[in-house]
Write a protein that binds this ligand. Structure first.
Ligand SMILES: Cc1cc2nc3c(=O)[nH]c(=O)nc-3n(C[C@H](O)[C@H](O)[C@H](O)COP(=O)(O)O)c2cc1C
Length: 161
């Protein structure tokens, strides 16, 4: 698939098959994700592999739609507000790289923001200053939703003199 088709066909998956994900492949997508742009090459992303006990405690309303793998992605603190924002941006780039790498292999991802809630941060052991980018369900999609339409890019573009 071309990169354009890959980007356009990735969806936030809300129904997974229970089939397991190959560990080596998963690590390969995460390694690939590390090639995301990041200021000063500080690689501000960190991962939390969520085990069954922690997953149950998170009490996600649909239990991550039955995804066989759940991983939280956090970004490191910054010395300044700007650094903190840059770390979040770089980690979000990591997230999409990962999603697209998995998608190319036919594996879907679900992005949840529940990890940012104070009690979930505590449950995940996220230290102060770290930002939770998302908690991701990962697995083979049982259903792929239709893409929500996007606005034409011209409506999002201002031309400056
Ligand atoms: C920072 C961030 C947080 C998100 N949190 C949630 C969430 O908590 N629950 C959810 O269903 N989707 C969440 N999403 C996914 C969006 O809802 C989804 O990307 C959007 O509906 C567009 O659908 P698509 O990804 O299939 O194109 C999140 C996406 C981002 C970037």
């Amino acid at each position: 698939m071309s990169i354009i088709d890959l980007i356009k066909s990735r969806r936030n998956i809300k129904a997974f098959k229970p089939d397991p994900i190959d560990e080596e492949a998963l690590l390969g997508w995460l390694e690939a994700a590390s090639f995301a742009p990041n200021h000063r090459c500080n690689e501000p992303w960190e991962l939390l592999r969520i085990g069954p006990e922690t997953r149950a405690k998170l009490k996600h309303k649909s239990d991550f739609w039955g995804a066989p793998v759940v991983i939280a992605l956090v970004s490191k603190p910054g010395a300044t507000g700007i650094e903190r924002d840059e770390n979040v941006m770089a980690a979000a780039c990591f997230a999409q790289n990962f999603q697209l790498a998995a998608h190319e292999a036919g594996v879907g991802t679900f992005w949840s923001s529940i990890g940012g809630l104070p009690h979930n941060r505590e449950l995940l052991g996220v230290a102060e200053g770290y930002e939770v980018i998302g908690v991701f369900g990962i697995g083979y999609p049982a259903e792929v939703p239709i893409a929500k339409p996007r606005m034409p890019i011209s409506a999002k573009t201002k031309v400056l003199p």
